[in-house]
Design a protein around this ligand. Structure first.
Ligand code: NAD
Length: 521
C-alpha cells in the first residue's frame, strides 16, 4: 500500500455493512490532508455487528486456548510479514515518526505470544482443595468463562497498541470483540481486522464499528464487558452508561507521570531517559514523563543535559526511513491543550529553555519543550498535557520529591533515578500503578506484571493474569463425588438433625477445645 492511501475491509465505501448518516474525515496530521472519508455506523449497525459476532462466539470459545492461539498466531505472522504496509497506515493517520511506530508493532506481536503461551496458566481450569472437612467430599473447580462479547473503545495515540492490544487477551480468552477505534485514527485497525477476515480467513468474532462518542456509548449498551482506554473525562461517562446495564468496565485513563532524579543518579542516563520519556510519540503517551523533580545538588547539571538533548531532536514528517525523532500532534484538539498549558505556565513565571510554541509550517506540530521555574499551581504540573513538554522542579530532598510526585489526582506510572536500593525504597512510597527504577515507560513491555492506574488514572489492569481474567467470569463447579439419599442439612428439619448440624459446626469452627467440646468459653 502506498503511504497515505488506505484500504478498508468490507465494501467499497469502507462501511461496516450499514450506511450511516454522517461521515468521518480522517486527516494526516503531518500534512493536514484528508486521507479517507468513512461513513459512521448507525446505532442499528452497531447492534447488528455485536449480534453477528455474538452468534459466532460459542464456537470460538469451544475451540479452546490452543485453537484460538492458532488464529491469533496467524494474525501475528501477517503483521510481521506486512510491517511496512501497516506502518504506512499508522503513519498516515497519526503523523508519527517511524521510530515510534516500531514500538507499537513490537508490542502487539509480543502480546499475542505472551497470552498465547500463558493463557492456560492464567485461565485454565483450577482445581481447588476443599477448605473444610464439611465439603471434603466435593470436587471443586474454577473455570474462567469469557464474557461473550467485549467492547473495546480506544484512543488515537496508539491505534494498534490500544485498539488491537486490548482485543488480543479478550480474543485469547474466548470472547468475541467489537472495537470502536478513535474517530481520528480508525484506519490501522480497519486494515488489521480486514486481514483477520479476508486474508487470514479467521472466525467471524472480531470486528469494528466507526464513529465518535455516540457509537462508543451505543457499543457500551450492547456488549457484556467494556474495555475503555481514553481520558478520565470520557471514562466517567462510559462507567455511568455501563451502570445502566450493570456491564463490567475496565478503564485505562490518563496520567501525569512524575520522574524523580536523586543526587546519586547517573545524570546522563536520567537526562536521556527524560528526553525520550517526555518526547516519544510527541508526548502523546499515557505513561510519558510529564513532570520532573530533581534534588538540588544535581539540578543544574540535569537541566543543562536535558535541554541539550531535547533541543537537538529532529521534528517533522518522517518517511519509511527513520530520519526524524518527534512527529505530529495526532488529534486536532491536542495542540490547543498543550499550547494552553505552556502559555499558562509562562504567564505565571515559568521559562521555556527550549521550544515553547507550535511549530510553523505544514502539519500540526508542537516544539519539544523544557519548562523550568514551574510549580503545582500551573496546569502543566497538574493536568495531563499529553504533548512534547516536560516541567522540571528543583527539590530540597527526596522527601519533598515523593510528596510532590504524590500530589496528583492521577496515579498511572512514575520513574525514579538514583542508587538502585535507595530508589527502590522510594518507589514503594509512590502512589501509582507502576514505578520504573532507572528507566522510563519500560513497565509497558513487562507483560508479566500488571499495568493500570490508581486514583483517577483508572480501574482495572492490563498484562499478567489480570489482563486476561478481566475478560472472564469465574464459574465454580462443585461436584459431589459421593453422597447418600439425603443430607443432614436437608429436609426434614428436626430437632435431632438440627442439633447434629450445630454440633458439627461448633466442632469445626471453634478455635479452642472448650467450645469444640460443646462447653461455653
Ligand atoms: P477520549 O476519552 O477523548 O476518547 C477515547 C475514546 O472514547 C474514543 O474512541 C472516543 O470516540 C470514545 N468516546 C468519546 N465519548 C464517548 C462516550 N460518551 N462513550 C463511549 N465512548 C466515547 O480520549 P483520547 O483523546 O482519544 O485519548 C487520549 C487519552 O487516552 C489520554 O487521556 C491518555 O492518557 C489516555 N490513554 C490512556 C492509556 C492507558 O493505558 N491508561 C493509554 C492510551 C491513552
Amino acid at each position: 500500500m502506498e503511504s497515505g492511501t488506505v484500504e478498508t475491509k468490507v465494501g467499497a465505501d469502507g462501511s461496516n455493512g450499514a450506511a450511516g448518516a454522517e461521515t468521518l474525515e480522517v486527516l494526516n496530521p503531518a500534512t493536514g490532508e484528508v486521507i479517507a472519508k468513512l461513513p459512521v455506523d448507525s446505532p442499528e449497525a452497531v447492534a447488528e455487528t455485536v449480534a453477528r459476532v455474538r452468534a459466532a462466539q460459542p464456537d470460538w470459545e469451544a475451540m479452546g486456548i490452543e485453537g484460538r492461539y492458532h488464529w491469533l498466531g496467524k494474525l501475528r505472522d501477517w503483521i510481521l510479514d506486512d510491517v511496512e504496509e501497516i506502518s504506512d497506515t499508522v503513519q498516515a493517520e497519526t503523523g508519527k515518526v517511524r521510530g515510534d511506530i516500531a514500538a507499537e508493532l513490537f508490542y502487539v506481536t509480543d502480546l499475542i505470544n505472551f497470552y498465547g503461551t500463558n493463557a492456560a496458566k492464567f485461565i485454565g481450569d483450577e482445581a481447588v482443595r476443599p477448605h473444610s472437612p464439611l465439603i471434603a467430599s466435593k470436587k471443586l473447580t474454577i473455570r474462567y468463562r469469557p464474557h461473550p462479547v467485549v467492547g473495546v473503545i480506544s484512543p488515537w495515540n496508539f491505534p494498534l497498541a490500544m485498539g488491537l492490544g486490548d482485543s488480543i487477551p479478550a480474543l485469547q480468552a474466548g470472547a468475541a470483540v467489537v472495537v470502536k477505534p478513535s474517530e481520528f485514527t480508525p484506519l490501522s485497525l480497519m486494515q488489521i481486522i480486514g486481514a483477520w477476515k479476508k486474508e487470514i480467513g479467521a472466525p467471524d468474532v472480531f470486528d469494528y464499528v466507526l464513529g465518535a462518542g455516540d457509537a462508543g456509548s451505543t457499543l457500551v449498551d450492547h456488549v457484556d464487558c467494556v474495555q475503555f482506554t481514553g481520558s478520565d473525562r470520557t471514562g466517567r461517562k462510559v462507567m455511568a452508561r455501563a451502570a445502566e446495564t450493570l456491564t463490567p468496565v475496565s478503564l485505562e485513563l490518563g496520567g501525569k507521570d512524575p520522574m524523580i532524579v536523586l543526587a546519586d543518579a547517573d545524570i546522563d542516563r536520567a537526562a536521556n531517559a527524560a528526553a525520550w520519556g517526555g518526547m516519544a510519540n510527541s508526548g502523546q503517551l499515557c505513561i510519558s514523563v510529564e513532570r520532573i523533580y530533581v534534588e538540588e545538588p544535581v539540578y543544574d547539571e540535569f537541566v543543562a543535559k536535558l535541554t541539550k538533548r531535547v533541543s537537538s531532536l529532529r521534528q517533522g514528517a518522517d518517511g519509511r526511513k527513520p530520519e526524524k525523532d518527534v512527529g505530529a500532534m495526532t488529534s486536532p484538539n491536542q495542540s490547543a491543550i498543550v499550547e494552553d498549558h505552556v502559555n499558562d505556565a509562562i504567564a505565571n513565571g515559568a521559562r521555556a529553555l527550549t521550544g515553547g510554541k507550535k511549530a510553523e509550517g505544514k502539519g500540526d506540530y508542537f516544539e519539544p519543550t523544557v519548562l523550568v521555574d514551574v510549580d503545582h499551581s500551573m496546569k502543566v504540573m497538574r493536568d495531563e498535557t499529553f504533548g512534547p513538554v516536560v516541567g522540571v522542579m528543583k527539590v530540597r530532598d527526596s522527601e519533598e520529591a515523593v510528596r510532590l510526585a504524590n500530589d496528583s489526582r492521577y496515579g498511572l506510572a512514575a520513574s525514579i533515578f538514583g542508587e538502585k536500593d535507595r530508589a527502590e525504597k522510594l518507589a514503594r512510597r509512590i502512589e501509582a500503578g507502576s514505578v520504573n527504577v532507572n528507566d522510563v515507560v519500560t513497565n509497558m513491555l513487562a507483560m508479566g506484571v500488571p499495568m493500570g492506574g490508581w486514583k483517577q488514572s483508572g480501574i482495572g489492569y492490563r498484562h499478567g493474569d489480570y489482563g486476561i481474567k478481566k475478560y472472564c467470569r469465574p464459574e465454580s463447579i462443585v461436584v459431589t463425588r459421593f453422597g447418600g439419599k439425603n443430607e443432614p442439612a436437608w429436609y426434614p428439619y428436626t430437632k435431632g438433625r438440627r442439633g447434629l448440624v450445630n454440633r458439627v459446626a461448633t466442632a469445626f469452627n471453634a478455635r479452642d477445645w472448650r467450645r469444640r467440646l460443646g462447653l461455653r468459653g
